[in-house]
Design a protein around this ligand. Structure first.
Ligand code: ADP
Ligand code: MG
Length: 357
């Protein structure tokens, strides 16, 4: 499999160049001297935002171009964090949630209304397994904390929640105004905001004249172009038992996002049981049965919401939900160690030898 992938790549690039329906290569603008022609070099920077690490690798023709881009990205990610944080007072989303609690309508910026509407659509497509209106339930489980530690909520608390539970259907978006029909609705976009941040960073990089970059936000990645030589980006998929190591490699093509959600990311142990931060909205309890889900999709927001939804859907339902969400490339690692994949993912998944300690 590895061999055929390696062979097919230059061919794809070659064919793309010959096809009139593809975007034609731009006509050369000017002649440059071979001694002074710009040379693209890779530059890397790591940022700490959203309580996670963001790695950016971009190819620029000068350290200055790279530094400018990194400075801009750092400011943009900080602003993004303030705007979308679900439970830190002061941000826009916090104000939206306060308005829901008080039963008010609230005006939001157009891009925020669009993202909430898109999240409603993803909620529907996922049969409700992706439901960002359950912020209050996530808080009940103790995951609105930097160090979740238990105890789990009581049976009575969970039953009361189930009787009154909100869903994304209760969140109403009309033009740029949002409101909630259930004042228990509390938006928490922990499951798909990283996808939105990826899109924003890549949009900025494009505008800044950068053609080759890969951005990794806490394990969610998206590629801008291929590497300058036309090769894909090599991505490692974390081993859920040992997340510092990769159990497979995937070659990511231009414009693709790859997202992995895992129960190992955030959890707490209580009385010998592990409770993960991904909650099944239909049972109000943490997801069981799957350790991690990897999704490849061109739309990072969809990939991010989907990885969470499939994990919540569990071993019996993930294929059904994947189909409804229009996903063709999915890999699932079950709690018993088995690996399940869609046909299209089998063609991309390159297993790696387990590293010796
Ligand atoms: P990670 O990349 O850390 O695995 P995810 O993208 O899977 O994260 O998102 C997990 C976060 O999403 C949780 O911490 C919580 O805030 C929120 N969440 C948990 N369960 C759901 C769900 N079923 N639908 C929507 N959001 C959820
Ligand atoms: Mg997600």
């Amino acid at each position: 499999m590895r061999k055929s992938l390696a062979l097919s790549l230059p061919l794809t690039v070659l064919l793309a160049g010959c096809q009139p329906s593809e975007t034609p290569a731009p006509a050369p603008q000017q002649t440059v001297d071979i001694r002074t022609a710009p040379v693209l070099k890779p530059y890397k920077q790591t940022f700490h935002v959203f309580g996670t690490l963001v790695h950016v690798t971009l190819y620029a023709d000068s350290p200055r171009q790279a530094q400018e881009a990194f400075g801009h990205i750092a400011r943009e990610l900080q602003a993004f964090h303030r705007r979308w944080h679900a439970w830190e007072p002061g941000g826009l989303l916090y104000r939206v949630n306060t308005a829901f609690l008080l039963g008010h309508r609230i005006n939001v910026p157009a891009d925020m209304a669009a993202f909430i509407q898109k999240s409603k659509d993803l909620y529907r497509l996922s049969d409700g397994y992706f439901d960002p209106s359950i912020g209050a339930l996530i808080n009940l489980w103790g995951f609105h904390s930097d160090t979740p530690a238990g105890p789990p909520p009581t049976e009575k608390q969970l039953q009361t929640w189930m009787q009154h539970r909100p869903t994304m259907d209760d969140v109403v978006v009309i033009d740029n105004t949002v409101s909630a029909r259930n004042n228990l609705a509390e938006l928490d976009f922990g499951a798909n905001a990283k996808g939105l941040a990826l899109d924003q960073v890549l949009d900025y990089l494009k505008q800044a004249g950068i053609d080759h970059a890969i951005v990794n936000i806490g394990g969610d990645m998206k590629a801008l172009g291929l590497k300058p030589g036309g090769q894909p980006w090599r991505i490692g998929v974390a081993d859920p038992h040992d997340p510092q190591h990769s159990l497979a490699r995937i070659d990511l093509q231009a414009g693709e996002a790859i997202v992995t959600s895992g129960t190992y990311e955030r959890f707490f142990d209580w009385n010998g049981h592990r409770y993960s931060h991904i909650i099944n909205p239909h049972t109000a309890r943490p997801a069981e049965g799957i350790l991690s889900v990897t999704v490849i999709h061109r739309d990072a927001i969809t990939a991010d919401a989907a990885a969470t939804a499939l994990l919540a859907a569990g071993p019996e339902k993930w294929r059904d939900v994947a189909q409804k969400m229009g996903l063709s490339q999915v890999a699932v690692i079950l709690e018993d160690g088995r690996l399940e994949m869609t046909e299209a993912m089998k063609k991309r998944w390159q297993p790696l030898e387990k590293q010796q300690p």
